[in-house]
Design a protein around this ligand. Structure first.
Ligand code: ATP
Ligand code: MG
Length: 138
């Protein structure tokens, strides 16, 4: 069990002005921010990040969406970070997300679902390393 996870606030949420409210909910849930940046991914960079989903039918749509506007990328720390963060964000499809979760409150659809959360300790490390150098985190 690791105490770190990686998140992105996705372009749908940044463009609707939800960034502050989402960060507030994350911090109030007990996560501390160990690295953060506001960045607009190119299609090639988004494609590389989501390479694990390359064979899925929605890959092209996902890459286009994730490069359509700025995102906030961050490394977060808390006990049991990966699992607790996925509980905080709720199900991939906001229609199935629990009441009060970030996706229930801020996401519009399964494709445009406001936030990303790592699904394992190994992927949290890989994803954090994709965005942040040693100098940019503590
Ligand atoms: P994330 O990895 O972004 O935290 P997740 O782990 O809940 O989401 P994944 O199965 O990893 O879900 O899918 C990655 C992302 O791909 C989803 O967050 C969503 O943006 C998109 N996606 C997943 N399923 C679909 C689908 N059926 N149609 C369109 N987009 C989808
Ligand atoms: Mg995932």
């Amino acid at each position: 069990m690791s105490n770190r996870t990686f998140t992105m606030i996705k372009p749908d949420a940044t463009s609707k002005g939800y960034t502050g409210a989402i960060l507030d909910q994350i911090i109030k849930a007990g996560f501390s921010v160990k690295a953060m940046k506001w960045i607009h991914l190119s299609p090639a960079q988004a494609g590389q990040f989501y390479e694990v989903h390359k064979e899925r039918p929605f890959y092209g749509e996902l890459v286009e969406f994730m490069s359509s506007g700025p995102i906030v990328a961050a490394i977060l720390e808390k006990d049991n970070a990966v699992a607790d963060f996925r509980t905080l964000i709720g199900a991939t499809n906001p229609a199935q997300a629990e009441e009060g979760t970030i996706r229930k409150k801020f996401a519009a659809s399964i494709g445009e679902n406001a936030v990303h959360g790592s699904d394992s300790d190994d992927n949290a490390k890989i994803e954090g390393d994709f965005f942040f150098s040693g100098l940019e985190r503590f």
